[in-house]
Design a protein around this ligand. Structure first.
Ligand SMILES: [Zn+2]
Length: 296
């Protein structure tokens, strides 16, 4: 089965430290992946306002956020000014493309997108997406072709803008298989290729799953047959840092029988004329607080 690796890069530290570690690991296993970058300011510290959201504190305790993200990152945008990731870490981002991986846009400001996009209007969404598009071009010198929304959050304008801005495909939702999305009265012809597997931070700490055995649980999930393969979303801040050994175990297991690849390999394997139009809905997933965009 095809298993695409989608690397979400959320923070400045994840870009500087997690991304190079993943590059070395992927190089050792001869694996290609898709890296989606946060291109503007790192305001991770502002996530602390989610403290008032049900389930958030529990999750922070369960997944030891502070140990994975580091104290400094948790102060960006609160007690320290947030560093502009694209301007300060552009060389690291270019090294990813130079190593042959697919690159694309995760967001401009992760925390702002994740916390607000669901309830914002077209003008707000356009401004945020254009900032990301411009910052990507500043780093790479060409236009981005892939969009993968931060925190699996979006609104109807996101779908419209993905079409207008010329993205080849997007990966903004959780689901089962590629589809053309419909949401909030918008039909978009920018294909969605959903994340099909749970993330490590959703699994660890629930149902007896630990850092030591989480790879077995994920591997078992990836045995579920899907028509166009799986998409596994990993994080530069987790699999690229403290959970690097978990990622290596997963690569070893997957390389026995599966074809590890970038998301564009799935995209190019598809016959677009055969793919359905489906609704995006907002729903909840175990191990994650709040609602996110899902294939209906
Ligand atoms: Zn993210």
């Amino acid at each position: 089965m095809m298993i695409a690796l989608k690397v979400d890069v959320d923070t400045f530290r994840g870009t500087l430290e997690g991304v190079p570690s993943l590059l070395r690991l992927f190089d050792r296993y001869r694996v290609r992946a898709t890296f989606l970058f946060s291109l503007g300011p790192d305001h991770t510290g502002r996530a602390l306002r989610r403290i008032f959201r049900p389930g958030f504190l529990q999750k922070v305790r369960r997944t030891s956020v502070a140990s994975h993200y580091g104290l400094k990152t948790l102060m960006y945008g609160v007690l320290l000014p947030g560093p502009h990731i694209g301007r300060k870490a552009g060389a690291v981002m270019r090294s990813v493309a130079d190593a042959g991986h697919e690159v694309g846009i995760h967001c401009y400001d992760h925390i702002r997108w994740q916390d607000f996009v669901a309830n914002r209007d077209e003008a707000w969404t356009r401004r945020e997406m254009l900032r990301a598009v411009e910052a990507f071009e500043e780093v790479f010198g060409y236009a981005a072709r892939v969009h993968g929304a931060a925190g699996w959050q979006l609104n109807a304008s996101t779908l419209e803008l993905e079409q207008e801005l010329g993205f080849s495909y997007a990966s903004d939702v959780r689901g089962r298989s590629p589809f053309f999305p419909r949401y909030g009265g918008v039909d978009s012809n920018c294909l969605q290729i959903p994340t099909t597997l749970p993330t490590l931070d959703e699994l660890i700490g629930l149902d007896g799953v630990t850092q030591e055995n989480v790879h077995e649980r994920l591997y078992a999930d990836s045995r579920r047959q899907l028509p166009h393969g799986h998409v596994y979303t990993l994080h530069a801040e987790l699999e690229g840092m403290g959970l690097l050994p978990v990622m290596e175990r997963l690569l070893q297991m997957w390389q026995r029988e599966d074809e590890l690849c970038a998301m564009e390999n799935i995209f190019h394997s598809l016959d677009l004329s055969q793919l359905p139009r489906e609704d995006i809905v907002r729903g909840e997933l175990p191990g994650r607080s709040g609602k996110l965009a899902m294939q209906g």
